[in-house]
Design a binder for this molecule. Structure first.
Ligand code: CP3
Length: 356
């Protein structure tokens, strides 16, 4: 295995002392980068995901261009349902579409049991190729969608405003929903294990739609299956990050789910969350992605506010509170990375003097 030249991200995930706060950005490999768009002009999105050489190249772009402290494998959460037999299309300007969304028990029974080494070999090949090409410069993050977020897309068939199809499903057919969620949790765990086996240094579970549920429903339909995945992981030291958007009320429970890191959206105050959950987990986040529309001065001000709110000490990974927006100036993303690297040093002084 390559020895990492920059292990800061992994150290911060484990709440170990670091000389500055590491930063990566959700959706950092994407359309805001002209270098990404140049490749995207030639290939459609899924072809890029399914061609390990292209996926590896695009994964490494933000490490070269904006200098982040971790790479995340270029793929999508929806490759799991696709590999289970659902036809996926990513439509220009519209996002993902399943033309035959799940409706009944026979649709769920017809989902294939996932064998990641066969059905998602292209991702695993992209992981091992990226690891080789990145040559230990920064760690590589693997990922999957939470069972709940995957099921939301599989039942809605596309992005949604009020999520009426998935809500009808859980209120009318809760047993069926649990059957599908169980299957998805097993598939996601196998998939993350395969990514770790192929070289991923950490894994993140994206629960983008956990926040559309009531508090009890979140526990029943989302958290339970995140716990199941984490429980089924076979890992040595690889950290697990859970990003659940809009979850103000279950933070304490989430912090006890076995994840090393909890990812926070921008509506929460890092310092308050840190006080609330104590030393159970590291925290990742949480600049409003729209702050990158602001001036450099404003970006710096907002960044310092977040560093100040977390305060001194270990266990913070800087990130946006959700994915970077496609029309952001890449110069601003690069500036954010630079500011975090410079301004965060003073929150880690204690460690440096202790070690001196
Ligand atoms: O973070 C990274 O850079 C790695 C790549 C990554 C993508 N999708 C690439 C992508 C990751 C981690 C994801 C996760 C993902 N995909 C989530 C969870 C995170 C989140 O943002 O909430 C979700 C909900 C999806 C589903 C999905 N895929 C949507 C809603 C869309 C369309 C919206 C959009 O941004 O266009 C996609 C397509 C997609 N996934 C693109 C990229 C770069 C855009 C495809 C293109 O180039 O046209």
């Amino acid at each position: 295995m390559n020895k990492l030249k920059n292990p800061l991200f992994l150290q911060a995930c484990k709440r170990k002392p670091v000389e500055r706060t590491p930063i990566w950005i959700m959706r950092q490999a994407g359309r805001y980068l002209p270098e990404y768009r140049a490749i995207r002009e030639k290939y459609d999105f899924l072809t890029m995901c399914k061609t390990p050489e292209i996926a590896a190249q695009v994964t490494i772009q933000p490490v070269d261009i904006i200098d982040v402290d971790a790479a995340i494998i270029f793929s999508d959460i929806l490759v799991i349902p696709e590999a289970m037999g659902m036809k996926l299309e990513i439509e220009e300007g519209k996002g993902p579409i399943f033309h035959n969304p799940l409706k009944n028990e026979s649709d769920i029974d017809s989902l294939k049991c996932l064998d990641p080494f066969k059905d998602l070999k292209f991702v695993l090949d992209a992981v091992s190729l990226t690891k080789k090409e990145i040559n230990g410069r920064v760690p590589l993050i693997g990922f999957c969608g939470s069972p709940w977020t995957l099921l939301t897309y599989m039942v809605e068939g596309k992005g949604s405003k009020n999520f009426s199809e998935i809500k009808k499903f859980i209120y009318n057919e809760p047993k069926l929903a649990h059957k599908a969620l169980n299957l998805l949790a097993d598939s996601a765990a196998d998939y993350l294990n395969a990514q770790i086996e192929s070289g991923a240094d950490a894994v993140q579970i994206f629960d983008t739609w956990g926040g559309i549920l009531s508090q009890d429903d979140f526990e029943e339909f989302s958290l339970l299956y995140i716990l199941k995945i984490i429980d089924e992981l076979k890992r040595k030291d690889e950290p697990v990050i859970v990003f659940a958007k809009g979850i103000h009320y279950k933070l304490r429970k989430l912090a006890k789910c076995g994840a090393d890191v909890i990812g926070l959206d921008w509506t929460m105050d890092l310092g308050k969350v840190r006080n609330k959950i104590g030393d159970d987990s590291a925290l990742q986040g949480n600049l409003d992605p729209s702050a990158l529309y602001g001036s450099k001065e404003k970006i710096k001000e907002e960044t310092i506010k977040i560093l100040e709110s977390f305060g001194e000490g270990n266990g913070h990974i800087f990130n946006l509170g959700h994915g970077i927006l496609p029309d952001v100036d890449p110069g601003k993303a690069k500036y954010l990375v630079k500011v975090v690297k410079e301004e965060s040093k003073r929150y880690h002084k204690q460690k440096i003097s202790m070690n001196a």
